[in-house]
Design a protein around this ligand. Structure first.
Ligand code: NAP
Length: 490
């Protein structure tokens, strides 16, 4: 297939109308494909992306400035993700089939025959992210989980990598067509306004988003204000606080300091899981260690909007009266920006949490000294919803159980003596969290559980066998795991 690298323009109103109609037409056809058909289509998309890896990575590098090695790893993650969803769909547990046979002796009175499964919601509008041009973009986790669920996808390309988006979309569309998927099952749109118009359209039945808190909030409000509100799964920003206990600082403060610098500067700090705040005991020597660590060279950020947003956020932080510079090179505010560490105290954070616990998307972080370990609990109480929270502790740390209890109410993923930056695609992964980390705290955008965002339960009551979906028929023709009379049967 010839891969064009022409800069795409905004989608016209006429083209958008055709795309929305196409997605609506494809929805029932794609929903009724067998698990094997969908799995095979996802495998085919993954294979075609792998085939085009060299060219895709080249264009991704031109548009995002991310390194070839990083992009190679990310594309591998993306095709792995597509194949993992394919396996999951083929295995069938995503339908969460439940059968309650009629029971005249049921505790609350006789019960009818009720059978329930999860079904695709219909066309999904996916807003691609900027900082993972593969894994959270055109063929990323939202697209693969929605297609796996049986939903057509309308992909709103991120303005940060338009040529890569067009190329990836051509590969996805071509592969789906070759695999026999219906026309309209996948389309791409360009332009901020097209995204807004599509989100308001009644043919769109769910939406997902990866991006900033203001952007996600604006789109959530549009989704909720529609005559028919729809689920809007926004993955937004986070400061990912990291708590170092006294004992951990004493046992391995120097090592933690080095690992922290590696983690917060990874990818020039452009990870939603970057540890943006590090709480360390005062007089532990950790602040001094951090100040002495050699930081990586400046790296160009993803695009001009990220660069200017970063400089604004860093200036706001630096101008706070309780914040002092800890590691600042002369080029902290330049493009590309030199990594920067600021310093404050836990008392200051507690006095002004809104200003000091704020995401600074780029190579900067805030080191917070505490004098009394109980201040860790106080900070945990005031933080907003987070994607992750990390504890560096020792197993006999007395503060650990209470800290974990408090943080589990605030964050989607809790880490012990590890770093939050990497987000593995697995069955148990959770990437989300209470607002503003995400707009829907019960769902994840990474891992196989992401599929449940685009499925809707339907219960069939008293239905004749031949009119039931196969997942719910007697004899279990699809041989899937089901909950029968309350007991999971494998
Ligand atoms: P962004 O500005 O919010 O853009 C994301 C997408 O939403 C783009 O397609 C953008 O369209 C669209 N958009 C934003 N505001 C809109 C509005 N008011 N109306 C219509 N469309 C709108 O995000 P970004 O600055 O590129 O990304 C950086 C942020 O993403 C950081 O805060 C980072 O933490 C977060 N992030 C979160 C995760 C996660 O999983 N939670 C992962 C990665 C990044 P245009 O491109 O056309 O402007």
């Amino acid at each position: 297939m010839a891969l064009t690298t022409t800069l795409p323009g905004p989608t016209t109103a006429q083209a958008l109308e055709a795309i929305l109609t196409g997605a609506e037409t494809a929805a029932p056809i794609w929903a009724e494909t067998t698990a094997e058909e969908r799995a095979s289509a996802l495998h085919h998309v993954a294979d075609r992306l792998d085939d085009a890896a060299e060219r895709l990575i080249e264009v991704a590098h031109e548009e995002t400035h991310l390194t070839g090695a990083r992009l190679q790893g990310e594309l591998k993650r993306t095709t792995f993700q597509l194949r993992l969803f394919a396996e999951m769909v083929a295995e069938g547990s995503h339908t969460d089939a439940r059968i309650d046979y009629a029971d005249p002796d049921w505790g609350m009175g006789p019960r009818p025959d009720i059978r329930r499964r999860l079904e695709p919601m219909g066309p999904v509008l996916v807003f691609a992210g900027s900082n993972f041009p593969f894994a959270f973009s055109v063929a990323g986790g939202d697209t693969s989980s929605a297609l796996a669920a049986g939903c057509p996808v309308i992909l709103k390309a991120h303005s940060g990598h338009p040529r890569l988006s067009a190329m990836t979309a051509a590969i996805v569309s071509g592969a789906l067509e070759e695999a026999g998927a219906p026309a309209g099952v996948f389309s791409i749109i360009f332009g901020t306004e097209s995204g807004r118009v599509a989100l308001m359209d009644e043919r769109v039945k769910a939406s997902s988003f990866t991006g900033s808190i203001p952007g996600g909030r604006a789109l959530l409000d549009i989704a909720n204000a529609r005559p028919e509100p729809i689920p809007f799964y926004g993955e937004l920003g986070s400061v990912n606080p990291t708590f170092v206990t006294r004992k951990a600082a004493k046992a391995r403060g120097e090592q933690i300091a080095h690992e922290f610098v590696d983690s917060y500067t990874l990818g020039a700090g452009q990870f939603c899981t970057k540890p943006g705040i590090l709480l360390v005991p005062a007089a532990s020597g950790m602040v001094e260690s951090l100040a002495d660590i050699q930081h990586p060279a400046p790296a160009t950020l993803l695009n001009d909007r990220i660069q200017s947003g970063y400089v604004d956020a860093l200036e706001r932080l630096a101008q706070h009266p309780d914040v002092t510079p800890l590691v600042t090179a002369s080029g902290a505010y330049d493009a590309p920006p030199a990594p920067t560490l600021m310093h404050t105290t836990a008392a200051s954070v507690l006095a002004d949490p809104q200003a000091l616990i704020a995401e600074c998307f780029g190579p900067a972080a805030l080191v917070v000294s505490y004098y009394n370990e109980s201040e860790l609990l106080d900070v945990a109480r005031v933080i907003d919803g987070q994607l992750t929270a990390t504890i560096h502790g020792e197993e006999d740390d007395e503060i650990a159980p209470e800290l974990i209890r408090l943080l589990s109410r605030k964050a989607g993923r809790l880490l012990w003596n590890q770093w939050p930056t990497g987000v593995s695609v697995t069955y148990a992964q959770h990437h989300g969290g209470p607002y503003p980390a995400s707009t829907s705290s019960s769902s994840t955008s990474v891992g196989t559980a992401a599929i449940f965002r685009f499925l809707r339960p339907v219960a069939y009551q008293g239905m004749p066998q031949h009119l039931l979906p196969q997942e719910l028929q007697d004899g279990n023709p699809l041989e899937i795991s089901r909950r029968v009379n309350g007991v999971q049967q494998l």
